[in-house]
Design a protein around this ligand. Structure first.
Ligand code: GLA
Length: 454
């Protein structure tokens, strides 16, 4: 169903859209500090915050070395922390024990006992970071340069209390925000330094990725953690996932009377259920057929649509001449097509954003193409996402697309400021008529990366 016919709408379908309040980070930090004191009987040394992310293009290509265009938004996860000297990590969460967030009981482990499979639930994201920091400190393979400042001594420990303003399960990277706020807290406790430089932030992101990949067991690609730790207020990141180098794109849609709006569809969203991993496996299988380390290697430095088409033709020829393929042929070809066109769209949007006067209509069209590719080739959307995009476009958005891993979560739309209220009302009533859960609306501002806030 879609929203083209409205005869069946009832008055309650048009109830006021629900907006997620802007976070008052300092107030939340003060409250968290008090809760910490009540729980642990002493004041925290400080409170650190790390944001979630949006992503304008480059979905499901980070693990293939593609370019992503994320920004950190203003919703953060906070970690209050104080050091211990017994090698123990304690953590408590102020989040309610609702939905997928598991439970809010105190969690505890010796850092030396953290290992794949040993720490279940949300505490895996926390304890995994300590494990990841030691791994990166010793130069694990994906981050070959050892960064000794990340090493936690055998007696290093910490008491932590966390709270979050990032909507959970909304595709806005609440997991990365948790990991990254813990990483900044542990780094500061360990080194006494509150302002890690970019190489240290890159290494901390690596530690968070290791936590997610190995301790939590989600085979994600590093987009979220990099955005959370290395973004800049008012800017988009051009993140080159070949080496995790970042360039800064200062394009500001507000100058053209536009804003970024997220619609959290509240459709159930879960990455750890094997769908994400199977997409990644199919992309890796396509690279293997092409005889390349990653799919990014299939394209030249400055790719064109012809280059993307040529890669697909080569893939077909290789299969016809008997190349081995470990995954389903049809699905692998679709993932390859998604990866190639998505990498191209990232380059095209980045190019637009480097210009003095970005063509926002073109950016909007590319966002829509990105969504269609996520729907038809990557196959990670659900009806709520597709209908939200259609309705955003009908209500005046220049473009809209699913953000992040899909299977629920949010759509990000580029919207003229004067259309925001009407668009939210239209999407709200459209969801009601389709019998979907009530969506939530957020305006997203490109915001600063993780930092100490108290
Ligand atoms: C999730 C993962 C990221 C990335 C996106 C899709 O957010 O954590 O690494 O792959 O999905 O772009």
């Amino acid at each position: 169903m879609s929203c083209e016919l409205s005869e069946t709408a009832t008055p309650e379908d048009f109830a006021r859209p629900r907006w997620v309040a802007q976070p008052d980070v300092r107030e939340r930090a003060r409250r968290l500090s008090q809760k910490f004191e009540e729980a642990y009987g002493r004041a925290p040394v400080g409170v650190w915050a790390a944001p979630g992310r949006a992503n304008l293009m480059g979905e499901y290509v980070d693990f293939s070395g593609g370019m992503c265009l994320p920004f950190a938004h203003q919703y953060v996860t906070l970690t209050a922390a104080a050091p211990r000297e017994d090698g123990v990590l304690n953590a408590q969460s102020m989040q309610d024990a609702d939905e997928s967030v598991a439970d809010d009981r105190p969690q505890s482990t010796r850092i030396s006992a953290v290992a794949p499979g040993a720490v279940p639930g949300w505490f895996g994201y926390v304890a995994g970071v300590a494990w990841g920091m030691n791994r990166v400190a010793h130069g694990e393979s994906a981050h070959p340069v050892a960064v000794s400042e990340l090493e936690l001594a055998a007696d290093f420990g910490a008491d932590l209390m966390v709270d979050s303003t990032v909507p959970i399960g909304a595709g806005l990277a609440s997991s990365a925000a948790l990991e990254c706020s813990v990483a900044l807290a542990l780094f500061s406790l360990n080194t006494g330094r509150d302002h890690p430089d970019d190489p240290q932030r890159r290494a901390l992101a690596r530690a968070c990725i290791a936590a997610e990949n190995h301790i939590v067991g989600a085979n994600t690609g590093g987009l979220d953690q990099t955005a959370s730790l290395r973004s800049h207020a008012g800017e988009i990141l051009a993140l080159d996932c070949r080496d995790f180098d970042v360039a800064r794109l200062p394009a500001d849609p507000a100058l053209a009377g536009l804003t970024w709006l997220a619609v959290d569809t509240r459709a159930p969203h879960k990455l750890a259920d094997g769908q994400y991993s199977s997409r990644r496996a199919e992309c890796e299988a396509a690279a293997a057929v092409l005889g390349l380390p990653t799919l990014r290697d299939a394209l030249p430095e400055h790719p064109t649509p012809d280059d993307a088409a040529a890669v697909l033709a080569r893939f077909d020829r290789l299969l016809e001449s008997g190349a081995d393929l470990t995954e389903d042929r049809e699905k692998t070809r679709l993932r390859l097509r998604h990866s190639m066109t998505e990498m191209l769209r990232s380059v095209q949007i980045a190019h637009e954003m480097r210009s003095d006067a970005p063509n926002w209509s073109r950016v909007g069209r590319l966002l829509v193409e990105g969504h269609e590719s996520m729907r038809d080739d990557c196959q990670v959307t659900v009806p709520e996402l597709d209908i939200a995009v259609d309705e955003c476009l009908r209500a005046g958005a220049l473009g809209a697309k699913v953000v992040g891993g899909g299977f629920g979560g949010s759509v990000i739309a580029l919207v003229p400021l004067e259309s925001v209220a009407g668009l939210a009302a239209a999407v709200q009533s459209c969801f009601a008529r389709n019998g979907f859960r009530e969506p939530l609306f957020l305006t997203l501002q490109p915001s600063e990366a993780g930092r100490r806030v108290l």
